[in-house]
Design a protein around this ligand. Structure first.
Ligand SMILES: *Cc1c(COP(=O)(O)O)cnc(C)c1O
Length: 491
């Protein structure tokens, strides 16, 4: 494959579905009523009954299908093309997972089904918990939280309960300056206080800064490994030991687990609690705010406080639900996003242990290959020419003041979803690219070619880049206004 895929498409206009509505038109064919018609006001609380029919669009079935299919073409997904959104691990979602999640025994199971009739789903959840525990070196796992951030919060709540049991009222949390924004947000939501810790000029956390920040009121350190610069925290074991010696706990943000699967286990290097982003590492779809899944794993001391109910295997091999007395309670209705668990379970069963090791090896190899291809054209401030699963470049060396935003917009015209931009905050004008293991060599080369093409255009024709994208339905948005004053309907 030469060059980049470009962007060229049939771009249908599509009005709101309400604008397609014609009174009396519909897309449903109901059978003739063969029972006496009842008065809803006699069956239900009259105040709850509509006086007027709901103002729903009246459209035919093909119009509904076309409406949503056309709208879907305005979007970009991992099934369209390369999606190098750093930190988010936008790997391909195997269709086999979808087949498994649609099996009627899983898809149609009511969450309130009595346990003796729900043995299959309970076994799947129990086995998934055990697999995640094995992968991470954790003692026990809860599948309830429904996003990474939700898992962070849940783990902090579990830590708070465990510290209380120790008779300890610590409430400060150390967070390195490379952290994802959800980390401090979760601390605040848990009613605790953030203490920032600076990383070194190598982009790593220095054990000595952790030692000097450690105090008797520090409850925990929250850190991501590999960190958001795509670097493995080489002193992680010492750092964890320092926190433990000071009486604190270590939370490991597991969002970057894709880099170390089968190679390193957070539980082995001293992490006490972590989240798994099933929608990142374990290939389940990312939704717009859901349905994600962010299970947590914890060490033995924290296990009694995990959310309940939890699946357990009895001696006779059957499965039951347990409500331990110390549990912090539920953090989600029923069991969490079960359909996502089926997908992650399927992925794990398909790959097995050797496959998982290959995942992280290939993810790291792909990122390093991309780094190698672009490093003469883009400044990469940390890592000395090496990275783990993602490469953080920046706009420092761009000609004519071309910014990271311009580069991102230029990529759209070349048929690529932009990488994560302006994060992590410690890199000015960051371009954070995570190719993942599911991309071919040709795709990575095409993406690098597009980035290099943009760097050359920055020198030759900067004005054109300032006006990118040009091949999209709408060109450059004022993104702040678009977010704060969205116009949802044309006047
Ligand atoms: C994605 C991410 C999170 C938050 O996970 P969500 O599932 O998006 O809530 C936290 N930390 C890091 C490093 C991440 O990349």
């Amino acid at each position: 494959m030469n060059g980049h895929p470009g962007a060229m498409t049939l771009g249908f206009n599509e009005p709101l579905i309400f604008d397609r509505s014609v009174p009396g038109r519909d897309g449903a064919s109901l059978p003739r009523l063969d029972v006496p018609q009842a008065d809803p006001e006699q069956l239900f609380t009259p105040a709850l009954c509509r006086k007027q029919p709901a103002a729903l669009p009246e459209v035919s079935e093909p119009e509904v299908v076309r409406h949503f299919t056309r709208l879907s073409t305005w979007n970009f997904g991992v099934d369209h093309g390369f999606y190098p959104l750093g930190s988010c691990t936008m790997k391909y979602n195997p269709k086999l997972n979808e087949w498994a999640a649609r099996l009627p025994g899983f898809a149609s199971m009511h969450p309130a089904t009595p346990t003796h009739l729900a043995q299959g789903p309970l076994q799947l959840m129990w086995e998934l918990e055990r697999m995640l525990a094995e992968i991470s070196g954790m003692h026990a796992v809860s599948l309830q939280p429904s996003a990474g951030a939700h898992g962070e919060l849940t783990a902090l709540m579990v830590m708070r309960a465990a510290l209380k049991r120790r008779g300890d009222a610590r409430r400060k949390v150390l967070i390195p300056d490379t952290a994802h924004g959800t980390n401090p947000a979760s601390v605040a939501l848990n009613g605790w206080e953030v203490v920032p810790v600076r990383s070194t000029d190598k982009g790593l956390l220095d054990p000595e800064s952790v030692r000097s920040a450690m105090a008797s009121d520090v409850a925990a350190l929250m850190l991501t490994n590999p960190n958001t610069l795509g670097l493995f925290e080489k002193d992680i074991a010492r750092i964890c030991a320092i926190v433990h010696e000071g009486g604190g706990l270590v939370f490991g943000d597991g969002a970057n687990l894709n880099a170390i699967l089968g190679r390193a286990r957070p539980g082995d290097y001293g992490v006490d609690a972590m989240q798994f982003n099933l929608h990142k590492t374990f290939s389940t779809p990312h939704g717009g705010g859901g349905p994600g899944s962010g299970p947590i794993g914890v060490v033995a001391e924290l296990a009694p406080f995990l959310p309940a109910p939890r699946p357990v295997r009895r001696d006779d091999g059957t499965f039951a639900l347990e409500h331990p007395g110390d549990a912090i309670g539920r953090v989600r209705s029923f069991f969490g996003n079960f359909g996502i668990m089926v997908r992650a379970y399927t992925y794990l069963r398909e790959l097995g242990a050797p496959g998982l090791k290959q995942v992280s090896d290939m993810a790291v190899l792909n990122a390093n290959y991309l780094l190698h291809l672009i490093q003469e054209h883009y400044h990469v401030p940390f890592g000395d020419g090496r990275c783990m699963h993602e490469v953080v470049a920046c706009d420092r060396d761009m000609a004519n003041g071309i910014s990271t935003l311009d580069v991102a917009k230029g990529l759209i015209d070349r048929g690529f979803h932009p990488p994560t931009v302006y994060f992590p905050l410690v890199v000015k004008g960051a371009l954070m690219c995570e190719p993942t293991e599911t991309e071919t060599r040709e795709t990575i080369e095409a993406f690098a070619a597009a980035l290099i093409d943009i760097a050359q255009q920055a020198a030759a024709d900067p004005d054109a880049l300032h006006h990118a994208p040009q091949r999209t339905r709408i060109s450059r948005l004022d993104e702040a206004t678009a977010a704060r004053r969205p116009v949802l309907k044309a006047p």
